[in-house]
Design a protein around this ligand. Structure first.
Ligand code: ADP
Ligand code: MG
Length: 213
């Protein structure tokens, strides 16, 4: 291991993850990544407010990958993103982070071939990254099986609600198992985001990295 990833070493990350981070060339975690890696319990619900560009994607992917429990076979983690571009970008980050492990992902985004997405799910994707509309389509038609999902990450919560996905989000949250962990990431915390949080998160830990202006 080179000294390049020194800043990541004190968090108990697996060698496989450290190797992937080293290959990417990242030297140390950003503040939001440090907060997530330092959580006392990865089991509890969390709300995070941190600015755009602060590294929120790895802030949730690192603990999820490090925890393991991602054996292929069926979806375990669902990540919701506001746009196709962001979902595909998150999928790309998940792929490089998991490059040394046998973990497969599926991207369920609108405007793209449904059959290909169904094949990815059938092959046993354990991490599913989707936009709310297309993800709900797969849940409703039975091609995305919710039973084994133990974690849901609502990424860019403010943008998802700005874009009018409230109904889809609620329908998805209601279709998932009751016993699950929910992490909500957002750059801002307007009232609509807090409403979703109060309704669906269980005594969340709040991590706020945005100074009051
Ligand atoms: P956010 O979701 O908060 O807007 P992203 O997760 O998209 O931020 O990250 C912003 C950029 O920073 C991306 O290009 C990402 O690859 C890069 N990045 C993330 N973590 C690190 C890190 N620890 N060191 C250097 N660059 C990083
Ligand atoms: Mg982001």
């Amino acid at each position: 291991m080179s000294i390049n990833v020194n800043g990541f070493k004190k968090y108990g990350l697996s060698e496989r993850l450290l190797d992937a981070i080293e290959a990417k060339g990242f030297a140390s975690p950003t503040p939001v990544q440090r907060e997530m890696l330092n959580l006392d319990s990865f089991k509890r619900d969390v709300i995070v407010r941190a600015k755009t560009g602060s590294g929120k994607t790895l802030a949730f992917l690192l603990p999820i990958y490090n925890e393991g429990n991602l054996d292929s076979g069926s979806p375990k983690v669902l990540i919701l993103s506001p746009t196709r571009e962001l979902a595909l970008q998150t999928n790309a980050e998940a792929c490089w982070l998991g490059q040394n492990q046998d973990i497969s992902t599926a991207s369920l985004v609108g405007g793209m071939d449904m059959a290909k997405q169904i094949r990815e799910l059938r092959k046993g994707a354990s991490i599913v990254i989707g936009t709310p509309g297309r993800t709900l389509d797969h849940l409703r038609q039975g091609t995305l099986k919710p039973e084994g999902i133990h974690s849901i990450i609502l990424d860019e919560g403010d943008r998802m609600l700005d874009m009018g996905f409230k109904e889809e989000l609620e329908a998805i949250l209601q279709a998932l198992p009751k016993k699950k962990r929910t992490w909500l990431f957002s750059a801002t915390m307007p009232e609509e985001v807090m409403t979703i949080s109060k309704k669906y998160l269980n005594e969340p830990l709040c991590i706020d990295l945005v100074e009051d202006e």
